[in-house]
Design a protein around this ligand. Structure first.
Ligand code: ARG
Length: 459
């Protein structure tokens, strides 16, 4: 047999530069397990349907198993002249077991084969990502529980806004990662569809049993249209899209950790083991992990744009352009899993400076909304209350006094409705615990949110 499975119609041999240019083996060799598993199932289906004999199928399955071993032990030779992982494995099988191997590609094309391989790979990866997200959610719940009752300033516009619980803030991230997990889980529905048997694009004349192949490979569904099956890469775009959103969440978290570990904020200390130093400034301890995660987010966004653009003008059905889906997909998988993994390790190594966090609720007129609520509770329309408190704040700014540091007499100057009970009303703990609206930061609410999260996680 000639080296290339397709060169029968060619008079000249391929130019070396073309082989190098068209080869994808350096990238797609990572699909070897899925390719082999898919081929084994294909063999078994062909035998069950009487398209090949049981002996032939057994021979091929044994040969494929040996190739898997060769690849894993490093005894497998790769060459650009064999283009991709699919041709490498078929060619090795032919070398190992001879003529029988030539029947492997019956009722199949590389077009449906590559679609199958990526789907098998991506469902495995999706499950890994879901497990990593579950770990991170568990850590967040643990931290929220550990810091039960710790108060801090909540921010809008990066300005102190209203007091909240640290655990409420942490549980906000829990919600983001929960949505991420839902997106990956939902994506699995569309990844987990079996395309093999679509052949090049039109289906096949052989009496194959696609449902049986799907069953062997644990796919709950068989793809419906042979043309769509080989042309579709939506599931890759969805995966990178869910990854981009997840990276955006990690990046926002990173931004906060970077700010929070500065001397200006000093809300957290990331342990030495999870920070790095400066080659010139001896005092430095830098939050490189969150910085790199923030930086890597851009790569994943770029990958999303690459694949969207790659696909946007492709006519039906398979086009070789689609081979370019793998570098951005694999880079996304590697980047996302590395970031989730390092976060999972770093989060338990962060110390929250509780005293410092609670100090941020004592200044900056963070209780101004509550003074307005106080006046409204005494019958003043909220807009008028807002006005009166605004003037009180202006007075405080001018005189270097927080609201709670003014005397009742001073406060009465802005509204006669203010009485002695205002001071208890303005205490941080009370401010927080009055926020009992569903999803609010009241201690009881946050404890219930933590309890619900633990039930969701099976803890
Ligand atoms: N290496 C190709 C890819 O990744 C496999 C499919 C090739 N099919 C073909 N007809 N050239 O897309």
């Amino acid at each position: 047999m000639s080296e290339k499975p397709w060169d029968g119609r060619f008079q000249e041999s391929t130019d070396k530069a073309v082989e190098v240019f068209t080869s994808s083996i350096a990238v797609d060799s990572r699909l070897y397990r899925h390719d082999i598993e898919g081929s084994m199932a294909h063999c078994r289906m062909l035998a069950k349907q009487g398209i090949i004999t049981n002996d032939e199928a057994e021979k091929m399955v044994a040969g494929l198993a040996k190739i898997k071993g060769d690849i894993e032990s490093g005894h497998f030779a790769y060459s650009d002249s064999l283009e991709d992982i699919h041709m490498h494995i078929e060619s090795a099988l032919t070398q190992d077991i001879g003529e029988t191997a030539k029947k492997l590609h019956t009722a199949r094309s590389r077009n449906d084969q590559v679609a199958l391989d990526i789907r098998m790979y991506l469902r495995e990866v999706s499950r890994d990502v879901i497990a990593l997200l579950k770990d991170i959610r568990t850590i967040l719940v643990t931290l929220a529980e550990k810091h039960d009752g710790v108060v801090m300033a909540g921010y809008t516009h990066l300005q102190r806004a209203q007091p909240v619980l640290l655990s409420h803030h942490l549980m906000a991230y829990y919600e983001m990662f929960k949505r991420d997990e839902e997106r990956f889980t939902d994506g699995l529905k569309r990844i987990n569809v079996m395309p093999l048997g679509s052949a090049a694009l039109a289906g096949t004349t052989y009496p194959i049993d696609r449902a049986y192949t799907a069953e062997l490979l644990d796919f709950p569904k068989v793809s419906a249209n042979s043309m769509d099956s080989v042309a579709d890469r939506d599931f890759i775009i969805e995966f990178i899209s869910a990854s981009s959103i997840c990276m955006m969440h990690l990046s926002r978290f990173s931004e906060e950790l970077i700010l929070w570990s500065s001397s200006e904020f000093a809300f957290v200390v990331i342990s030495d083991a999870f920070t790095t130093g400066s080659s010139i400034m001896p005092q430095k301890k830098n939050p490189d992990i969150p910085e790199l995660v923030r930086g890597k987010t851009g790569r994943v966004y770029g990958n999303l744009m690459s694949v969207l653009t790659l696909m946007k003008s492709l006519p039906m059905t398979y086009n070789r352009d689609m081979q370019e889906d793998k570098p951005p997909l694999f880079d996304t998988v590697d980047t996302l899993t590395a970031c989730l993994d390092i976060y999972r390790r770093m989060l338990p190594n962060i110390t929250f400076r509780e005293r410092r966090l609670s100090e941020t609720t004592e200044t900056g007129f963070i209780n101004a909304t509550d003074l307005a609520d106080y006046l409204a509770s005494k019958g003043l329309p909220f807009r008028d209350a807002h006005e009166a408190v605004g003037r009180t704040v202006a007075y405080g700014l001018g005189n270097g006094k927080e609201l709670q540091d003014m005397t009742v007499a001073e406060l009465k100057g802005f509204s006669p409705l203010i009485e002695d009970d205002v001071f208890a009303f303005l205490e941080t703990r009370n401010i927080i615990d009055r926020r009992i609206s569903q999803g609010g930061t009241a201690t009881a609410n946050v404890r219930e949110a933590v309890a619900q999260a633990k039930r969701d996680l099976g803890l």
